[in-house]
Design a protein around this ligand. Sequence first.
Ligand SMILES: O=CC(=O)O
Length: 314
Amino acid sequence: MESIGVLMTCPLHDPYLVEQLEKRFTLFKFHSIPDKAHFLNSNKASIRAVVGSASAGADAKLIHQLPNLEIVSSFSVGLDKIDLAKCRERGIRVTNTPDVLTDDVADLAIGLMLAVLRRLCQSDRYVRSGQWKRGEYKLTTKFTGKSVGIIGLGRIGLAIAKRAEAFSCPISYHTRAEKSDVKYKYYPSVVELAANCQILVVACALTEETRHIINREVINALGPKGVLINIGRGPHVDEPELVSALVEGRLGGAGLDVFQDEPNVPEELFGLENVVLLPHVGSGTMETRKEMADLVVGNLEAHFLNKPLLTPVL
Ligand SMILES: O=CC(=O)O
């Protein structure tokens, strides 16, 4: 398989995945190639696979430039950086990394809820800066028993619900259609869900329908005591609306692992103590990233050995 060209389109800071790919294939690291047009002209014939992630995948332009592309193996569960319609049209296979990251992302969502309500980051800074010696930290807000609304009740949404239930949180949700196999309260509109919960979590896939699913109306419905948690994708949220709601006190707080234009985060958020900001680390544990890397490589191997894909999307 060494002669098979694999184009890694994202800057993957995962030495294990890079090592595993380099052992088996001819790996091209697209982000570190200065003249991309020249590179593609000279190497397009040998490239039969793309490895992408949540930050860069395979858009229509790239797919068009790779005439021999057979498979896109994504080091992510989200598929929003891959032009699935183009892949379908060209018969290009697509795989992702579901299940193995569910626990980590759900754990992080709960961590964000606790961190925002109990001001964990802020009180850590209080101790480090020596302020504790001058007085006790102020009172915060209880998490146990808060009502949690979840947008998207797939693997990750359900894992968040299960964890929040252990904190005695009543759960409600919004999805395109009501689910017959869950006992949680269903709201057919996001605004209604937001008006009826204290913590609203974005856990759905990013698609054209869910882009800006968190808009001004939803934020206002969640209100000055409500908290938004986003472990989905930045573009799920109308970010300028979120920033102004937080600055104006129309929203109670936010725990954000994802942003519109990563790694750029609106600086207006930096001074707010009711906000916790993370650098898109939902699946970022050594254990999970290894399992994800094994799936990326396993899917490529399966494809080139004509075996069934491990986690096929297309
Ligand atoms: O954001 C991370 C993923 O989609 O896996």
